[in-house]
Design a binder for this molecule. Structure first.
Ligand SMILES: [Zn+2]
Length: 270
């Protein structure tokens, strides 16, 4: 959006983006550029997360890093995911090829307990040890890959629709933020499943957020790629939201008691 008034010129630096002027603030825009994208890396947990939750910025970040692609119980899936990475249209994308802890249904999402490693695995039949090992592996690898970046864009603390590995990637990034001092940004997806966890963070979320149009054509292209290799993990008829929002996550988030505009949510059902 480019306006005639001098005050609107700040949006001219982002051609093709209709940035909502009511939904942006310092330090999201500075000197005509989107601060969030400056020297930035997108860190996504699994192949296809980059298409579902980050389509608006996927072709604008410096690098895209996918973390967990291998599933011991589904070697066919691992293989197909690797083929998708090789054929991926985003060329600055790579994958750490970390193995999944496969504890997806091990969390009590009605009353989730946050731990250093992500969330408490409390249901029988799921390994908390493997989940903790996964945290240490992620930390070791991300420590090397995130060094030198100014902005890390990643999963939100409640794991979008409620995936414990999304939460874990966020928690590792958060631990490294204290060491490296980079900025963290996360998006506004939530679900009926993750809502109780979201509520634990709601009162500390920033009022300043960036609202961007999703890239529906890129999202669809990627959905078709993952479907071609039979490893699309989301609704087969998924339609992208028109917009998605990003908020910054300071090193020490504060409880905000004053009246304020709340970070809007894109709610999906699971
Ligand atoms: Zn995922």
């Amino acid at each position: 959006m480019v306006g005639d008034e001098p005050g609107n010129q700040i949006y001219a630096a982002s051609p093709g983006w209709d940035i909502d002027p009511d939904a942006v603030g310092f330090p999201i825009l500075k000197n005509g550029s989107v601060v969030m994208l400056d020297n930035s890396i997108l860190v996504a947990a699994h192949p296809d997360d980059e298409a579902l939750w980050f389509s608006s910025i996927l072709d604008s970040v410096k690098e895209v890093l996918i973390c967990i692609s291998h599933v011991a119980s589904r070697p066919d899936w691992t293989e197909q995911r690797c083929k998708c990475i090789v054929s991926h249209p985003i060329k600055n994308l790579s994958c750490l090829a970390i193995q999944s802890s496969e504890a997806f249904d091990g969390v009590n999402w009605n009353s989730p307990i946050i731990t250093k490693y992500g969330l408490l695995i409390s249901k029988p039949g799921f390994s908390d040890d493997r989940y903790k090992q996964s945290y240490e592996q992620l930390k070791k690898r991300l420590e090397q890959r995130l060094l030198g970046y100014t902005n890390i864009i990643t999963h939100n603390p409640w794991g979008e629709y409620g995936h414990l590995e999304h939460v874990q990637v966020y928690r590792v990034t958060k631990e490294l933020q204290a060491k490296f001092g980079f900025n963290i940004w996360f998006s506004n997806y939530c679900s009926n499943r993750s809502y109780p966890l979201y509520l634990k963070y709601a009162s500390s979320l920033d009022s300043d957020f960036l609202s961007l149009p999703t890239n529906k054509s890129l999202g669809l292209e990627l959905m078709n790629l993952y479907k071609k290799y039979d490893c699309w993990t989301w609704h087969t008829d998924y339609e992208w939201f028109d917009r998605e929002c990003f908020a910054s996550d300071p090193i020490c988030p504060k409880l905000r008691l004053q009246p304020r505009t709340h970070f809007p949510l894109n709610i999906v059902n699971i």
